[in-house]
Design a protein around this ligand. Structure first.
Ligand code: XLS
Ligand code: NI
Ligand code: NI
Length: 435
């Protein structure tokens, strides 16, 4: 049964179109820097936000109208939701999706029953993927909603909870593998602490690393070759989360010998919560060759929490796409809309408006980023700003040929340095000129 019968397949109509159900900038077949927009973006939809987010907030219950859902924990209901989700993917023209185990299938009253339900829904999703050509960008296990995880999963003080979490990850990895998932993500929702008065931080971190090592070993065992990701976030729900930002994640992965097995899945709103720009988070990850995938959303600077809004800020999408182009594009990753409608946007059609807006915002970002690269003035300025390192004393320092004594001698023989302007305003002017 079709649910979005009144909604046509969303197509590109160009920037003059006033049709709210059309792309104004996302033209999937348009070639930019030698690749189609579709290939650049690799858009994904988040099962949890599209199908399972009732749009509640701490002050009130859900508002979302979901006529297809009977709100039961039956496998049939779960399968019906999957059908509706694939109808949505088809109409919005999004090629990839992401899920948590507990979004796609119900958590029942014991582990084996939950896993059996998961496997049944996975078989159904496999058929839907087969007939539609849609692909799984990444899967993950929800190790933060159930009360057993209230004090963490991999970092729980209770070893029995760790064991449960590990078994759940194993089942979610099996599901991801069965569906040909390109990646598997760990977002440690409650892998952190509320107070150090009751916490053995070092021990918890050792345990988290042990969980990730077990996942790497299990992937080898079953022949799963997808990419593992960690998704940083500084807080919420935990007061302090161990994977707080790109730098903290990279340090953790290095310390525990995991860096070769993991990349980062970076989310814009999490960067904001960490007090960084997304561009900063991406740059840190790229410095370690560890940018894997992106959870595309944005926060609201007037609210201090993870509002998961659809991206509409074209400065933001431009900066993300500049970095993605600089990296040479995604390999396993993509732009997954980890974004939800506002509580007030409760009608099913709002799902379409929301994703159309996000896709168009990224399409504009891509076009502006490509224009900035073609224009070349910003890149030329950066190159010339560092040109003192290309020869003479700079080159010798970079080549490791200088020590403190050599540099002291050099300073004595040379005039006082005269630093050139950083030209921030000029750079901003050029960006705005091309926007
Ligand atoms: C929550 C996270 C979550 C992860 C997947 O803030 O963004 O949605 O992406 O567990
Ligand atoms: Ni996310
Ligand atoms: Ni988030």
């Amino acid at each position: 049964m079709a649910y979005f019968t009144d909604i046509p397949k969303i197509v590109y109509e160009g920037s003059k179109s006033k049709n709210p159900l059309a792309f104004k900038h996302y033209n999937p077949d348009e070639i930019i820097e030698g690749k189609t927009m579709r290939e650049h973006m690799r858009f994904g939809a988040a099962y949890w936000h599209v199908m399972r987010n009732a749009l509640s907030d701490p002050f009130g219950g859900g508002t979302a109208v979901m006529p297809w859902d009977d709100y039961s924990d039956s496998v049939d209901n779960a399968k019906k939701r999957a059908d509706v989700f694939f109808e949505f993917l088809e109409k919005i023209d999004i090629d990839y999706y992401c899920f948590h185990d507990r979004d796609i299938a119900p958590e029942l009253d014991d582990f084996s029953k939950s896993t059996a339900a998961l496997n049944e829904v996975v078989a159904h999703l496999g058929q839907l993927q087969q007939s539609s050509g849609k692909k799984l960008l990444w899967g993950t296990a929800c190790l933060f909603s159930h009360p057993r995880y209230s004090q963490g999963a991999g970092t729980s003080p209770d070893a029995a909870v760790f064991a449960y979490g590990a078994a759940q990850v194993k089942a979610a990895m099996d599901a991801t593998h069965a569906l040909g998932g390109l990646g598997y993500t760990f977002w440690g929702g409650r892998e952190g602490y509320a107070t150090l008065l009751n916490t053995d931080m070092k021990r918890e971190l050792d345990h988290l690393a042990a969980l990730l090592h077990m996942a790497v070993d299990y992937a080898k065992k079953i022949g799963y070759t997808g990419q593992f990701y960690i998704e940083p976030k500084p807080r919420e729900p935990s007061t302090h989360q161990y994977d707080s930002d790109s730098a903290a994640c990279l340090n953790f992965l290095r310390e525990y010998g995991l860096l070769e097995h993991f990349k980062l899945n970076l989310e814009t709103n999490h960067a904001t919560l960490a007090g960084h720009t997304m561009q900063h988070e991406i740059s840190v990850a790229m410095g370690a060759n560890a940018l894997g995938s992106i959870d595309a959303n944005q926060g609201d600077t007037l609210l201090g929490w993870d509002t998961d809004q659809f991206p509409s800020d074209i400065y933001g999408t431009t900066q993300v796409m500049l970095k993605v182009l600089e990296m040479g594009g995604f390999t396993t990753g993509g732009l997954n809309f980890d974004a939800k409608r506002r509580r007030e946007s409760h009608e099913p059609i709002d799902l379409f408006y929301a994703h159309i807006g996000g896709m168009d915002a990224f399409a504009r970002g891509l076009k502006v980023a490509a224009a900035i690269r073609e224009d070349g003035r910003i890149a030329d300025f950066v190159k010339s700003r560092y040109s003192s390192w290309d020869e003479g004393i700079g080159k010798q320092i970079e080549d490791g040929k200088m020590n403190f004594d050599d540099l002291t001698e050099w300073v004595k023989k040379n005039p006082e340095p005269v630093v050139a302007s950083g030209r921030q305003e000029l750079m901003e002017n050029i960006l705005n000129e091309l926007l």
